[in-house]
Ligand binder design. Sequence first.
Ligand SMILES: Cc1cc2nc3c(=O)[nH]c(=O)nc-3n(C[C@H](O)[C@H](O)[C@H](O)COP(=O)(O)OP(=O)(O)OC[C@H]3O[C@@H](n4cnc5c(N)ncnc54)[C@H](O)[C@@H]3O)c2cc1C
Length: 438
Amino acid sequence: MSSLRQTDVLVIGAGVLGASLAYWLSVTSGCKVTLVDQEDGVARHASSRNTGIVHRPFYLDPDTKRVFAASARLSYPLWRGLAERHGLPWSQNGTVEVALRDSGVGTLEKYVAWAARNGVDESELELLDGREVRSLEPEVECRSGLHVRTDASVDFGAFTACIGSLAFRNGVSFLGRCKVASVRQKAGSTEVLFSRGSAAEGARCSLLVNAAGGGALDIAHALGLARKYSMLNFRGDYWAVSEAFGPRIRRNVYSLPRHPRFPFLDPHFVVRPDGRRQIGPTAVMVAGPYAYAGLGLLSAPSFLSAPLGPKLGLLSDPEFASMVLDEWRSALSKRAMCARVRRFIPGLGASLLVSRGISGVRSSLVGPGGLVPEALVFHGESSIHVLNYNSPGATGAPSYAARLVADLRDSGMLKGLEGAPGARQGSVWGDLDAAAAA
Ligand SMILES: Cc1cc2nc3c(=O)[nH]c(=O)nc-3n(C[C@H](O)[C@H](O)[C@H](O)COP(=O)(O)OP(=O)(O)OC[C@H]3O[C@@H](n4cnc5c(N)ncnc54)[C@H](O)[C@@H]3O)c2cc1C
């Protein structure tokens, strides 16, 4: 097929992960890199539709979330450095994680131990009783709280745009409005065809890097990978808090998750970097990765895509089914949503939630063991696929992407594609190996 563009590395997905991968590839190798997205710009989906917190990894189990925890720790100074250098918002307002009952106090103590194992300095944290939390945040009621001073509020959409533009300056090409519709492996290369209506017809690459978020599993399946996994999509809705009440709370306030078996946080109170206050997100099960309103039944068929077994297994779990119902209730009723946050901010009446905010969708991988806790990487003959790259994925992207690029280099997958010695100099994120040290 003559109209296929030739490129060394094709990165699918211009979210925070794909843009970070393209950036690291551009500073560590001289190969020709093309970043492709179905949208006409970067960060149009999860990467700009999120809570916007650069998380310290105090709440991540160092055994089951080891990679996310290490990526979050290593990425924190990289994001802060990028914000300083490029004048992007970085609001280090901190977070208070609250326990509402005595039973939660042990969980906060466990978080302190996890924080130490995940490399969070003890000066960043403070365990408080309910009275001490109240003197910090007079509107918050709880039994106990963990004050994390260093969590920062940012705009990950702006961060992604910044790192993407640095990659483009380094020679990465961007193909927008190109939805990857089919992929096939040829001897030593991969051919990708875009859906009709795309600006270009397709591309042939020596290495395919699939960072397509909610679209990543379909692409992996097309190459015969990750066949035992399917995807469920959960929408996070937010509500804007009235300016008359919001500024009375200065920090992000999270409550301990009520369903720690599942990788969702309960709705929290969020301080955005521009000072707006919001509550959210929910985790409403929807039919597709771009179902930002309603059920999304018309927007995508992924709800019914194979394999169905893992999804049915999960839906027959009574705790999961009850959580799904609760979340739908919160999506349909402002009062129900508000009630969840009033448990720890009693003064927040439903009338103070003045408008709906953005919504974002988390695409979660479901396997034979249920919801998968961390990102998974699958290797094809000349392709790699990142699946389930969920929260705190935006926080960890610089380091996580560096690790992937270092692995590609070390495993020889970039061999023969590298040129331009000395291209490493001048990286805004410093040295690849230091960023990848997870
Ligand atoms: C509600 C919510 C709150 C969150 N809060 C936080 C937070 O506070 N802190 C944090 O660290 N993380 C948070 N996260 C997680 C974080 O946002 C994600 O981990 C991260 O944005 C994922 O980035 P990504 O690049 O993998 O995906 P995306 O940003 O979704 O990018 C994937 C890209 O692939 C493109 N694509 C998909 N299919 C195709 C195709 N077939 N052809 C071409 N292009 C395609 C899409 O258009 C998209 O641009 C949150 C997520 C959600 C949903």
